[in-house]
Design a protein around this ligand. Structure first.
Ligand code: FUB
Length: 306
């Protein structure tokens, strides 16, 4: 049996973030409301879905929302969840009541919530860069939280996962063409947003939403690209295009190995009524090349049951 993309057809979902826990793959997503406010992203809550075979999905509904975060008022954007010592941490970009974006943390005893807000932002630089957190715990126990648009930044999370090493502070990755390719985003590289950080076979990967190089006045939609590094904090080397630019303005990567298969989650606008503000989450299977590089992955109709 084969799954059918988009994975979720009952509501608009975007910004997929998979997490494998036990024999189950949990998929966290944002939620594009049907009715737009001010003709812009209208997003108030986060959803969770799970599967054991990549074909049959359980909808766990809304597992965290702006209503749960007293200090936030808008933009429930791209999250990622991570387990540590039996607790689950959902890192979420939100718009603060007093302006600007910041990263919130929801905490739960189960992967499907409900999540309870930490009570204050984890990362709050008072600007618009603090979006799209991605979290990874390395083999030595150090947890990293990368984030950012247009700049890629990171903090070293403490063991508690709800604070970071303030002596190191917020570190800025040099936004160079060698690291992220020549592109048309604000740093002059392709790096746009939506980083996804992980390690495979001792190589660190940074997958991200990217803007290709554009001539003056030329419009580009996001494609997916990746960089690699022998170290968790770089230097990063640009690896190439992971998924070609599509008709939807944004795309957003989420990568997981599950039961011996490698999956790239992404989003498109292909559900009926779809648009740049009405997106839908999809998945494709891919394989790594022997040297760790990844050949461009095609958007597809679905994946095989496992
Ligand atoms: O979905 C809202 C924002 O658009 C996300 O945070 C970005 O990654 C882009 O998908």
């Amino acid at each position: 049996m084969k799954s059918k993309n988009p994975i979720i057809s009952t509501r608009y979902t975007a910004d997929p973030a998979p997490m494998v826990y036990g024999d189950t793959l949990y998929l966290y997503t944002t939620h594009d409301e049907d009715v737009l406010v001010n003709d812009f992203y209208t997003m108030y809550d986060w959803s969770c879905f799970s599967t054991k075979d990549m074909v049959h999905w359980t909808d766990h509904g809304t597992i965290f929302s702006l209503d749960d975060i007293e200090w936030a008022d808008d933009r429930a954007w791209a999250p990622q969840c991570c387990e540590r010592n039996g607790k689950f941490y959902l890192y979420c970009p939100v718009h603060k009541k007093d302006g600007g974006m910041a990263i919130a943390v929801g905490i739960s005893d189960t992967p499907y919530g409900p999540f309870k807000d930490l009570g204050h932002p984890l990362v709050d630089e008072g600007d618009w860069n603090d979006i799209d957190p991605t979290v990874f715990i390395d083999d030595d126990g150090q947890a990293y939280l990368y984030f950012g648009n247009p700049e890629l930044r990171y903090v070293l999370l403490n063991e508690d996962m709800i604070s970071y090493d303030e002596t190191v502070g917020i570190c800025k990755i040099p936004m160079t063409v060698e690291s992220f390719g020549k592109g048309s985003h604000m740093t002059g590289t392709t790096y746009g947003e939506g980083p996804w950080f992980y390690k495979k076979d001792d190589l660190y990967y940074m997958v991200f939403a990217a803007f290709a190089y554009a001539e003056e006045g030329q419009h580009r939609n996001e494609h997916l690209a990746y960089s690699t590094s022998p170290n968790p904090t770089g230097p990063w080397t640009y690896g190439g295009v992971l998924m070609e630019e599509g008709p939807c303005f944004t795309n957003h990567p989420g990568i997981a190995d599950f039961k011996g298969h490698s999956y790239l989650f992404y989003h498109t606008d292909e559900l009926p009524g779809g648009s740049l503000f009405h997106r839908s989450v999809c998945v494709a299977e891919f394989k790594y090349n022997e040297d760790g590089s990844i050949t461009t992955v095609d958007k597809c109709d679905g994946v095989e049951e496992i």
